[in-house]
Write a new protein. Structure first.
Length: 326
């Protein structure tokens, strides 16, 4: 069965109808379309590139996130990249996959299948948190699809995770999600959103009022989906399972296999991925460069998009120059 892209307005309407999304979820200048593949449909966000012939890129979000997490960075790099951002299966506006598999490997396969279906590889590949572990696996096993790799607080195994990250990991424990639902049943969407922003941002005050209202609306929409908690639970379990694998299946071993020039971005106030992991990641990813943002939290591309964009442009210009000399 061949993949089928659903173009233009029809695709947007079908994706929004399938997920109960509001048209406001598509920001000015962006497009949202569905790409139908065997066993899953992926929502893909994009904005028209500044000119023809720009190199392709793909952005992959983290646990509980969506393609909208990349909107600020995508806009800043529109003059440099012809970029798309994907909603992983079950997240954002992508419905759950038919097989219910939310492992890191399954997400990586979804990314590979999307790139092959779109015929856009090799791409500049970006990943945050869960998306960081997903694209690490893609880069390790499909180097032909990856030009450069940019990892923002990638979810790679830690021997001593931060205490603030433990509740997220506990979602993987059977029954934990049901307990959390009961314990927070009286929480408003505003409170839930503030808790998430406090966990993910170095300084939640950097979110302006319009951004906060949009985040609340998105949280309410997601909570209304019948599969919300199942996706969160299974995806958290997929991360925990990936952390326990050794040998060739270890994410750190796969990081050592990555050949693509790599940019690592770590925040000094990250409550989910320890800043101390920056040193280990710098050693694992050969020839990598590190952007350390002392005041940033877990989502530097949302909190400090200008700094991330500058660092990526430096990587892009260097790799382009190297390719011209070879």
């Amino acid at each position: 069965m061949s993949s089928t892209e659903l173009p233009g307005i029809r695709a947007v309407a079908e994706v929004l109808q399938a997920t109960g999304a509001s048209p406001a979820a598509v920001l000015p200048g962006e497009e949202l379309r569905g790409v139908a593949l065997p066993g899953l449909t992926l929502a893909v966000r994009s904005r028209p590139p500044a000119r023809e012939g720009l190199p392709p890129a793909l952005y992959v979000h983290g646990l509980g996130g969506s393609s909208a997490n990349w909107s600020a960075l995508m806009a800043l790099l529109a003059a440099d990249l012809d970029a798309e951002a994907v909603d992983l299966p079950g997240f954002g506006h992508s419905p759950p996959p038919d097989d219910g598999n939310y492992s890191i490997s399954a997400h990586a396969r979804a990314v590979v299948r999307l790139l092959e279906a779109r015929g856009r590889g090799p791409v500049h590949l970006f990943g945050n948190s869960l998306g960081g572990s997903v694209v690490t696996r893609v880069a390790a096993f499909r180097p032909d699809l990856v030009r450069t790799l940019t990892l923002i607080s990638p979810a790679l195994p830690e021997r001593r995770p931060q205490l603030s990250a433990v509740p997220t990991g506990l979602l993987a424990v059977p029954g934990a999600a049901a307990f959390f639902r009961r314990a927070t049943r009286n929480w408003t969407a505003e409170r839930r959103t503030r808790e998430v922003l406090t966990l993910c941002y170095g300084d939640p005050a950097r979110v302006d009022p319009d951004g906060f209202r949009a985040a609340v609306a998105e949280y309410e929409r997601r909570l209304g989906l019948p599969y919300f908690w199942d996706v969160m639970t299974r995806s958290a379990r997929g991360v925990v399972d990936a952390y326990t694998l050794g040998g060739q299946h270890s994410l750190w071993r796969q990081a050592e296999r990555v050949l693509a020039p790599t940019l690592l971005v770590y925040g000094g106030r990250d409550r989910l991925v320890s800043f101390r992991m920056a040193g280990r990641a710098s050693s694992a990813f050969r020839g990598s460069r590190l952007l350390a943002l002392p005041e940033a939290g877990h989502v530097a591309m949302m909190e400090y998009p200008d700094a991330v964009a500058r660092a990526f442009r430096e990587l892009l210009h260097e790799t382009t120059a190297d390719a011209g000399r070879s």
